[in-house]
Design a protein around this ligand. Structure first.
Ligand SMILES: [Zn+2]
Ligand SMILES: [Zn+2]
Length: 188
């Protein structure tokens, strides 16, 4: 596994109500796929300042800023580039200004990422509940957004976890794995 990834520290935090076992599944997947040193933090409240009254959705970029405030960088680590990364999980609908919705967001090469289960539930599409399918989608979105934190951009390979998900079918087609190209980029 790539040396700059190996042993990177990551905290996972649930904001508000999230699917049962979501953090555990994301944590196991990130350990398995990226060998991250992953810890589950105590759940926190959803920052209501990120709610957009007009769109009735949460602004993903404002949530990223709130998450970074919740996990300040200790003085000893500042500027060393090895700050603990943070992945938040929510169940509210997220947007960024140019898109109707997003499954998640992350700062490329940065410290914070977020995913939402809101549009990953089968029930959202009028189908029967399927908890295992929900958790497998959460795994993919978690690995994808953390991939962005590790400098990976979107990949054209539809089976690669770094392929962009514009709809649920994109998420369901892709695997939890990195294609050879993305895998080699992780090693740079
Ligand atoms: Zn992406
Ligand atoms: Zn790829």
């Amino acid at each position: 596994m790539p040396s700059h990834v190996l042993g990177s520290e990551l905290s996972i935090i649930s904001l508000g109500d999230t699917p049962k076992k979501a953090e555990q599944r994301a944590c196991l997947a990130l350990k398995a796929k990226l060998e991250l040193n992953c810890k589950i933090a105590l759940p926190g409240p959803l920052p209501e300042s990120a709610f957009d009254q007009v769109r009735e959705q949460y602004d993903a970029l404002k949530l990223l800023a709130s998450i970074e405030d919740m996990f300040p960088i200790p003085n000893a680590s500042k500027g060393r580039g090895n700050e603990r990364k943070i992945l938040a999980i929510t169940s509210v609908d997220l947007f960024i200004p140019v898109l109707t919705f997003v499954f998640g967001a992350a700062r490329l090469g940065g410290r914070s990422a977020i995913i939402s289960a809101y549009r990953l539930y089968e029930e959202f599409y009028g189908r029967p509940q399927d908890n295992e399918l929900l958790l497998s989608r959460i795994e993919k979105e978690a690995i994808h957004e953390v991939g962005h934190l590790l400098d990976l951009t979107h990949c054209l390979d539809r089976n690669c976890v770094m392929h962009a998900s514009n709809c649920l079918a994109d998420t369901d087609v892709k695997s939890t794995g990195f294609c050879p190209r993305c895998h080699s980029l992780l090693a740079c």
